[in-house]
Design a protein around this ligand. Structure first.
Ligand code: PLP
Length: 368
């Protein structure tokens, strides 16, 4: 967007915190490698800047979901391995090969297609293979895995399997018996497959312990400062800070109503602040009359509905010297965690980050 010298809202991305979280994963998982999930524009934070920072910190493998995401990142990561979780769908082999992307093959049919692509290409092709261990979303089902084991050398001819992977359904719940079940199914599958590095865990799985790390982990949410396991305190630093600025302050007599639908009525003489952030920016409508902003580290309630571009707060109890037009109000950050915002919006930290609007300018802050 055209620069005007004024930004009603911004998303500050703390690059140092991102790198601190990355190094936390590296230390926790050593000797396993850390290959960040940077799909969906690095969870809304801006994949280009995120991968640039991670690559400079020594990170050399990444996961995206879509082929297009991999193609977009290739010029920024000339030497890194880029895995495409969607796999090698029909017609995508030429693009995957041209951009040196590694598909995560999700079925025997995809393996067969990729083998044919390798033959046509005239040289071996790298791939990862996803073994479903209980999620029933993507990956080879048990019968396919058995068929692959029985005829591995033919089925994988011309293919270089660089990773066997699986994915946990309940990693965010340390108490779930499903975690161990999937761990055991994955181990059993690996015992019947040709040797290659293996990967089971995303952020939450990493926190389940060493057994879950294998050779490579694929964290996303934890790198971006989200808490992978809502039952325990967040071990990661805040990366994403969403702020909006006060556009207008007003005094409203007792009994005045606020916003669309007049859903809030003041019960005292009040000071209201209207801030330039709305649901088009990712401030979910669900937090109207429920959520909070924060000024000077103190929470203030959102009053009335959230509208497309604006939200109104009751700032009557805020010290007067903090109240002026242009002042910043935090909606996600040090005072209001991503998780507390998500809980009030009835959703998960993942959805909050990935729904942040394109309109909100991203600022990358990196202290020396
Ligand atoms: C998104 C994704 C990840 C990253 O998950 P987080 O919970 O954000 O750490 C890892 N692996 C797969 C297969 C994914 O789809």
């Amino acid at each position: 967007m055209h620069s005007t010298g004024f930004e009603a809202a911004r998303l500050t991305v703390r690059v140092n915190a991102l790198l601190a979280n990355y190094h936390r994963f590296v230390r926790l998982c050593e000797p396993a490698k850390v290959a960040p999930a940077v799909k969906a524009d690095a969870y809304g934070l801006g994949a280009a800047r995120i991968v640039e920072a991670l690559a400079r910190a020594g990170c050399d493998a990444f996961f995206v979901a879509r082929l297009e995401e991999g193609i977009a990142l290739r010029p920024l990561l000339p030497r890194a391995r880029i895995f495409v979780l969607d796999g090698a769908q029909k017609g995508t082999a030429p693009a995957l090969i041209a951009h040196r992307l590694i598909p995560v093959l999700n079925s025997l049919a995809e393996i067969d297609g990729w083998r044919a692509a390798a033959r046509e290409h005239g040289a071996p092709l790298d791939c990862a293979v996803h073994i479903d261990s209980g999620m029933n979303r993507l990956g080879l089902v048990a019968e396919e895995r058995e068929m692959l084991s029985a005829h591995a050398s033919e089925r994988l001819r011309g293919l270089n399997v660089v990773l066997w992977m699986s994915h946990l359904a309940c990693g965010d719940d340390c108490a779930s018996p499903m975690n161990r079940q999937q761990l055991e199914r994955f181990r059993a599958a690996l015992a019947h497959l040709p040797p290659a590095p293996a990967s089971l865990s995303a952020s939450a799985g990493v926190l389940l312990g060493k057994e879950y790390h294998f050779d490579l982990v694929r964290p996303g949410i934890g790198l971006y400062g989200g808490n992978p396991c809502t039952e325990q305190p967040n071990p990661f630093d805040v990366v994403a800070v969403l702020t909006g600025r006060i556009l207008q302050l007003r005094r409203v007599d007792r009994g005045g109503t606020v916003g669309y639908g007049a859903t809030f009525r003041t019960t005292r003489h009040s000071i209201l602040a209207t801030v330039g952030l709305g649901y088009a920016d990712g401030l979910m409508r669900a937090i109207g009359n429920r959520g909070f902003g924060a000024i000077g580290g103190k929470k203030v309630p959102i009053v009335g509905r959230v509208s497309m571009d604006l939200v109104t707060l009751d700032v009557t109890d805020v010290p007067r010297d903090l109240l002026e037009t242009g002042a910043d109000v935090e909606f996600i950050g040090d005072t209001i965690s991503l998780e507390s915002f998500a809980a009030l919006a009835g959703t998960a930290n993942y959805e909050i980050l990935t729904q942040l609007g394109h309109r909100v300018p991203r600022h990358y802050e990196q202290a020396a």
